[in-house]
Design a protein. Structure first.
Length: 298
């Protein structure tokens, strides 16, 4: 089998982020056994406000144990009292990252980063070790500020997006048409998230597919997400994880072509354009090839 060689500077990219309610020990245990690259322990929408004190304790204990996945925490919005309570309770467990809901823009990510600076120091964590992934399209105003993420905190690890909170803010009845496709407004939000992530030089993570019983439709959606440039996807049920992981795994043919492009430029590092299989390949092809190999090796 051919060895996949990846540029050492390319970070690992998660294909699947599985949401798990922080107040359900049963669901947390089940999620730990899944093949998800990362778990998002949720203290926001999936947990009733009365259950959050207990959920924070459960989340802290769960995240304190070793896991095969990265362990992320979705806190409550920064403009609520719950957000700081979430962080103070769970940061001693040193989560891999914080999922930031309903940000108005990069300024909220910067505010969160300052809080993390203090909490990491208080808990003896490595400075800068806690990443941030904003759900960048959940408020109408946030759509106008997506470009600011490129000039934000170095903790920014990815951008993702959401439609439901945005639709609620707009008073919209539905987000998809009768065929299941995003309505134009939400397709716009999705595209802007993808563009903003590329501008900020971080991965874009596509939003959830809510019908967890329709595996075929999920596979099509996830395949289209990879086609469009998303690096991974959010999941709401363990049954979705394997389908998402497979959709974001490059095919053998894609890996072979990518490796040949990388090898071609390695043999002639000063070249700007080279011929392969009767066509010309250039530096953008090399960049994409490296990304394919990096994802294949994840």
């Amino acid at each position: 089998m051919q060895t996949i060689r990846v540029d050492a500077q390319e970070p690992r990219v998660n294909r699947s982020f599985l949401f798990v309610p922080a107040d359900s020990e049963r669901k947390l245990t089940k999620a730990r056994d899944s093949a998800a690259d990362a778990l998002i322990i949720d203290l926001e929408d999936s947990v009733a406000s009365s259950e959050r004190p207990k959920a924070r304790q459960i989340a802290r204990e769960f995240m304190s144990d070793a896991a095969q996945q990265e362990l992320w925490l979705r806190i409550n919005p920064l403009d609520t009292a719950d957000a700081l309570l979430d962080l103070r309770e769970v940061m001693p467990a040193a989560p891999s990252g914080i999922v930031l809901p309903k940000p108005e823009g990069a300024r909220d990510a910067l505010q969160l980063a300052k809080l993390l600076d203090v909490l990491e120091q208080e808990n003896g964590s490595e400075p800068g070790s806690t990443a941030i992934m904003p759900i960048a399209t959940e408020t109408p105003g946030a759509l106008f500020r997506l470009r600011e993420y490129g000039e934000g905190t170095e903790r920014l690890a990815a951008l993702t997006w959401g439609a439901e909170d945005l639709s609620a803010a707009l008073g919209a009845a539905v987000t998809r048409d009768d065929a299941g496709n995003w309505l134009p407004l939400y397709e716009l939000a999705r595209s802007l998230c993808l563009i903003a992530a590329a501008a900020a030089k971080v991965p874009a993570v596509d939003t959830v597919f809510t019908n967890f019983r329709d595996g075929e439709a999920l596979a099509r959606y996830a395949g289209n997400a990879r086609r469009d440039g998303f690096a991974g996807m959010l999941a709401i049920h363990p049954a979705q994880v394997d389908i998402i992981n497979e959709a974001f795994r490059p095919t053998a043919a894609e890996v072979d072509r990518a490796q040949r492009i990388v090898d071609l430029f390695a043999a002639d590092p000063e070249a700007g354009t080279l011929g392969m299989d009767g066509e010309m390949v250039d530096r953008p092809h090399l960049l994409k090839a490296r990304k394919v190999l990096q994802r294949a090796g994840g």
